[in-house]
Design a protein around this ligand. Structure first.
Ligand code: ADP
Length: 265
């Protein structure tokens, strides 16, 4: 479904994404984990086609900036971009028209109900609290029901009810065979079913690990994350260095660091 091949994105002298390569199969639920500034949003914006970069990205076999790829993809940005002079209902209608959706009303209504926005239908974008804006942002991203959905830090700013609903929806999308790429810097938020975790730091893909590989290692995701991001060599644990890691300059440090034996759960 997604192929990211040697993607590098620079902002001036800063390399936000450094030679990233990974792929997702149809139906994969992948978590993109990394501290602030790791490059998560940048790779997501590159995939969705908002940024220029070096390298290649295909979605469903099509270059990501083609209309065929765009039809398959949806994106929920970290920052809601709402129109101050459109109401909640009008936002949903606007998006449905942009995606040429017919019979969108029932799904739109169900989403607004789920995220407790139904009684805010007539409120304008700038009359919503931050949390409500975030929830509307989610409803807008979920409305077209794409085959492949990118969610950038989707839990940020949500109340506990909305977090619960979102996690339920993620499970439902998983059941329906959708492909999901979900970025977060909060490990605690990753208590959902996932198939693959990608750990980024300083623009590099430091780990690309499946759930089975993590389970076999006997370690938790938290242990892996801190092992990787705090510079301890977790390769002993996973036994599966990512392709990106093999090619990154970062691995020149391999061997200089001590091995870290992760405790059993
Ligand atoms: P994350 O989503 O993991 O927090 P980002 O992809 O937002 O990380 O940022 C990666 C790096 O790129 C950071 O150092 C950030 O400051 C920088 N960056 C992001 N967007 C821009 C931009 N538009 N211009 C310049 N630097 C940027």
């Amino acid at each position: 479904m997604l192929d990211v091949s040697h993607v590098t994105k620079r902002y001036g002298k800063l390399t936000a994404c450094n030679d990233l390569s990974f792929h997702l199969d149809p139906g994969d639920v992948a978590i993109l984990l990394g501290p602030n500034g790791a490059g998560k949003s940048t790779i997501m914006k590159s995939i969705i086609g908002f940024l220029k970069y070096d390298g290649e990205i295909t979605v469903g076999g099509f270059p990501n900036k083609t209309s065929e790829a765009r039809r398959i993809m949806g994106y929920i940005p970290e920052m809601p971009a709402l129109y101050p002079n459109l109401t909640v209902s009008e936002h949903m209608e606007f998006l449905a028209r942009a995606y040429r959706m017919e019979n969108y009303k029932e799904r739109a209504e169900a989403l607004l109900e789920r995220f407790e926005l139904a009684d805010k239908r007539k409120k304008f974008g700038d009359e919503l609290s931050k949390g409500m804006q975030q929830k509307l942002n989610l409803c807008l991203g979920l409305l077209p029901d794409p085959q492949f959905l990118l969610l950038d830090e989707p839990m940020i700013g949500l109340d506990p009810h909305a977090i619960k609903e979102l996690k339920t929806m993620i499970d439902e999308m998983r059941e329906a065979g959708k492909t999901l790429l979900i970025s977060t810097h909060i490990i605690d938020s990753v208590d959902m079913l996932w198939d693959r975790t990608l750990i980024m730091q300083n623009g590099l893909l430091k780990r690309n690990i499946t759930r089975e590989e993590l389970d076999e290692s006997g370690s938790t995701l938290e242990e892996l994350f801190f092992g990787v991001t705090e510079g301890l060599d977790a390769e002993a644990m996973t036994g599966a260095a990512s392709e990106a890691e093999e090619t990154s300059a970062d691995t020149e440090d391999k061997g200089k660091k001590g091995f870290w034996r992760f405790g059993r759960r």
